[in-house]
Each structure stands twice: as C-alpha cells, then as structure tokens.
Design a protein around this ligand. Structure first.
Ligand code: UFG
Length: 330
C-alpha cells in the first residue's frame, strides 16, 4: 500500500483524513506529538509519536517509512494565544514545517499537502473569496500559515517538492460513525460550545459582536464538514501522486451562516434552545468569511456533500453525546 505521512494525524481534521485515506486504499503513517491530538484517534495506520521540532525523530520516521507523499496538519491553532505568544507559534509552526520539508527532501518525497487557513485572507471584504484574493493575515497564527505557503514554493524550486495548499474555512461536524470527533482543550469553536450551552454543560454562550454589517449583526462564516475536508485531502493526494502541479484550493461549503443562525440550528437539533448572552466583538474577527469553492470543485472534482448546516450540527451533537457519555463512564 502507498504510505502517506500524516503529521498531526491524531488531531481533529487529521484523524478524519486518516480514515478517508485508509478507505481510499492508502496507508496513513501518523506523526504526532500528542500535545493536542489523541492516541485513541489513531485508528488507521501506525502512530509514530514525535515532535517536528525534533529533527532527528522526523528524519528517522520519514527514512523508515519512505512515504510517497505527506499531509501536514501538525500546528498550533489558537489565534488568541498566537497574539500573546507569537514566538511559540513561529517556532512550532514554521520551524516544524522546515524540519518536515528537510526530512521529505532528504528522502526524495516530492509531494506535500498543507493545511492552511482562510485566516490568510485577513479582513477581506470579498463576499465569496477565491484563491486570487490578496492575502493579508492579521494575527501571528495566520502569518505562520502564510509563511509556510511561501516556504513551500521555495522548496519546490530547490527540491522539486510539489505542494497543494488547502485553505480551510470553518471545519466543523464529526465522523458520521462517531469513531472520531472534535475534542479540543480548551474548546473555542462555536458549534461545540453552543451544544455544551444547550445541554447545560456550560452556563451560556457569549455571542462575540452583534453590530457587524451583516443581516442579523453577527459574524458570517462558511462551515464545512470535516468529512468533506478529509475527502478533499484524499483527492489532493491522488492528484499530487499522479504528478499534478502545485496549487492552492479554498475549502468551504460555499455558503455563509451567521452566529445566530448556527445557534438556532444547534437549538433545533439538540431540542433545547441555546442560552446566549450578547457580548463585545472578539479582536480580529472579520464580519464575513465565505469561500468561492469553484476551483476545488473543478480541479479536484470535489463537492462538500456533507456540509449542510443541519448535518454538521447533527454529527457534532452525536459525537458530543457519545464522547461525553464515554468520558463520564471512564
Ligand atoms: N463565536 C462566538 N462565541 C463563541 C465562539 C465563537 O460568538 O463562544 C463566533 C466567533 O466570533 C466567530 C464564529 O463564532 O464569528 C466562529 O468562531 P470559531 O471560533 O468557531 O471559528 P473562527 O471563525 O474564529 O476560526 C476558524 C478556525 C481558525 C481560523 C479562523 C480563521 O477555527 O483556526 O477560522 O478566521 F484561524
């Protein structure tokens, strides 16, 4: 079987990608330091515990497995923390990516898929963002994502290592079989927090800003099901292994929902209205971030087929119940 190295494969999007890779006939090799990922989430392929800041360890794992390609998820991803501790983000995200690229180059692995983020577009006003939109990240986390995108182009020139950059919008929802799901500590994402507020596991949900220039005054985001993201990675890997050239793709559902619309969907699915409190804007939140996904649709043959808002919330709710029950029984 063709081995694909998956850094961060024990994490939320990474573990869903491993499931999709295995279903497509690849053998994932997970490289994860387990600082945000979970060993129980590695159900497809082996787990090689290691940190990308440890050059010897990543060199050793790449040399041992000789993967045909790599998907690079491993990254610190809290925007707020990146503002207060930028060095941590630059060191971990960028140095980690350098060490990975060096290890891949030494093993002559010439294809990498990189998890980037819509955050690279910063405060854009485009109603539907395509890949040609200027990039202007507004926080250190986004800066590290953009820096790695630029760096990958340099590795291609020097080593012929082609890259596919996938810029995710808001990853959400969970595996339909509840084998894996979203577990962050701390959790900062809207949907799991709204579910916890509906069930009473948290007191109430703060709505960060109600005076944005949107229909109901709350921020609009493009929520894309994690299984759809996972499938896009499989398509990107296939395209790379077939000799496809470097490219950038936005991955979203191509539709925007406001914070209030998401909260209503959570209330509907859970069957209990979410207790909310209107709060101040959160620093760095653009009013609207919605993808134009036609490039991914046309060039990857990809469709966000699981990304209706109700399916996203239902699968997140199923996972929340399964995981909470499991955690309580532990
Ligand atoms: N929100 C609230 N209350 C909360 C949590 C979130 O109102 O308790 C709002 C946010 O202000 C935002 C929306 O819900 O408008 C979605 O917030 P999330 O934190 O779920 O997601 P973000 O859009 O902030 O973040 C996502 C990714 C990041 C990435 C960012 C790029 O999770 O990794 O998009 O903008 F950097």
């Amino acid at each position: 079987m063709t081995k694909i190295l998956v850094t961060g494969g024990a994490g939320y999007v990474g573990s869903h990608a491993c499931k999709a890779l295995a279903a497509a006939g690849y053998e994932p090799v997970v490289f994860d330091n387990l600082c945000a990922g979970h060993d129980w989430a590695v159900k497809w392929g082996v787990l090689e515990v290691g940190d990308l800041l440890d050059r010897e360890r990543i060199n050793e794992v790449v040399a041992a497995h000789k993967p045909a390609g790599a998907i690079h998820f491993a990254s610190l991803a809290y925007v707020g923390e990146s503002v207060t501790d930028p060095g941590k983000y630059w060191r971990n995200n960028v140095t980690g990516a350098i060490n990975l690229c060096d290890a891949l180059a030494a093993a002559e692995t010439d294809a990498i898929v990189f998890s980037s983020s819509c955050t690279v577009y910063g405060l854009t006003k485009a109603p539907f963002i395509n890949e040609a939109e200027p990039v202007a990240p507004i926080n250190p986390y986004g800066n590290t994502k953009r820096a790695i995108e630029i760096m990958l182009a340099d590795y291609e020139v020097a080593n012929g290592m082609r890259n596919t950059v996938l810029r995710y919008f808001n990853a959400a929802g969970c595996d339909a079989d509840c084998e894996i799901g979203e577990v962050h500590d701390p959790e900062t994402h809207l949907i799991p927090l709204a579910i916890a507020a509906a069930t009473g596991d948290r007191e109430c949900l703060k709505i960060f800003g109600t005076d944005y220039p949107t229909a109901d005054g709350t921020c609009v985001r493009d929520y894309v099901h994690v299984t759809d993201l996972a499938n896009a990675h499989v398509r990107a890997v296939g395209r790379m292994l077939d000799g496809g050239k470097s490219d950038i793709f936005n991955l979203g559902a191509g539709a925007g929902y406001s914070v209030r619309e998401v909260i209503d969907a959570v209330g509907r699915v859970v069957g209990i209205p979410v207790d909310v409190i209107d709060d101040a804007r959160r620093a760095g939140d653009p009013a609207r971030l919605v993808a134009n996904i036609s490039h991914a649709q046309q060039s990857l043959g990809w469709q966000p087929e699981h990304s209706s808002l109700d399916n996203i919330v239902s699968t997140a709710w199923n996972w929340y119940r399964a995981h909470t029950v499991a955690a309580q029984g532990a």
